[in-house]
Design a protein around this ligand. Structure first.
Ligand SMILES: C[S@@+](CC[C@H](N)C(=O)[O-])C[C@H]1O[C@@H](n2cnc3c(N)ncnc32)[C@H](O)[C@@H]1O
Length: 206
């Protein structure tokens, strides 16, 4: 990801979204991105089952758990274990989306088919934009592999991607799997960020 003028790091500065997130009890400002996507595409409903890939520090998991309510369930994984209290309908494990251990793999699959697969996964950035873009695209392809296996017909998929030439190829893949495909850059995205969210709605019948 890029830096602001004179080398200042815009990611280290608490902005209005970070302050609002903390005040509302969320560990990260990213909650507002999911909230906007949810509002715009009517993503999350009571009773749904949700898989949250790259869930740490936990804002999306907390938000999704609230939205799906007591009859819904949320399962999340991340390379980093979560350090927040979650509602009773949400559970997470530490694991790699590419190479989950047998326990984490079973944890993910146990609740399938899911109604929604979310991914806010981002590679740790190297400073090499092309390499970062490729690693982001690889993560998104992985989420689509998992969606193909674990998402119910009619279900939805949301994944963050760093903009690159790979987007067109991935959007084509999304259109083969979903009835509706769209791209959203939520207002809460930092101005210097080159991330967007790809969304697939109404998974086609398998
Ligand atoms: C922007 S953060 C997610 C924030 C989260 N949505 C929230 O609201 O709290 C991106 C996360 O992706 C995770 N991640 C990156 N690569 C991953 C992988 N291969 N498997 C699992 N998680 C991964 C990182 O560890 C990081 O915690």
């Amino acid at each position: 990801m890029s830096r602001g003028p004179r080398g200042s790091n815009p990611y280290s500065k608490p902005d209005v979204f970070t302050q609002r997130a903390k005040a509302a009890g969320y560990p990260a400002r990213s909650v507002f991105k999911l909230e906007e996507i949810d509002r715009r595409v009517q993503l999350l409903k009571q009773g749904m089952k949700v898989l949250d890939l790259g869930c740490a520090p936990g804002s999306w998991t907390m938000y999704a758990a609230t939205r799906v309510g007591g009859k819904g369930r949320v399962r999340g994984i991340d390379l980093t274990p979560l350090n927040v209290a979650l509602p009773a309908n949400a559970e997470t494990r530490a694991g790699d989306a590419f190479t989950p251990s047998p326990e984490v793999d079973a944890f993910i699959r146990e609740l399938a088919p899911y109604d929604v697969v979310l991914s806010d996964m981002a590679p740790s950035t190297t400073g090499n934009r092309f390499s970062d873009q490729q690693r982001s695209a690889d993560l998104v392809d992985r989420t689509l592999d998992l969606a193909e296996e674990l998402l119910a017909p009619g279900g939805s998929w949301v994944a963050k991607i760093f903009m690159s030439e790979e987007i067109q190829r991935i959007r084509t893949r999304v259109r083969t799997l979903f009835t509706t495909e769209r791209i959203i850059r939520p207002e809460g995205t930092r101005s210097v960020s080159y991330e967007v969210f790809l969304i697939g709605e109404k998974r086609k019948p398998v």
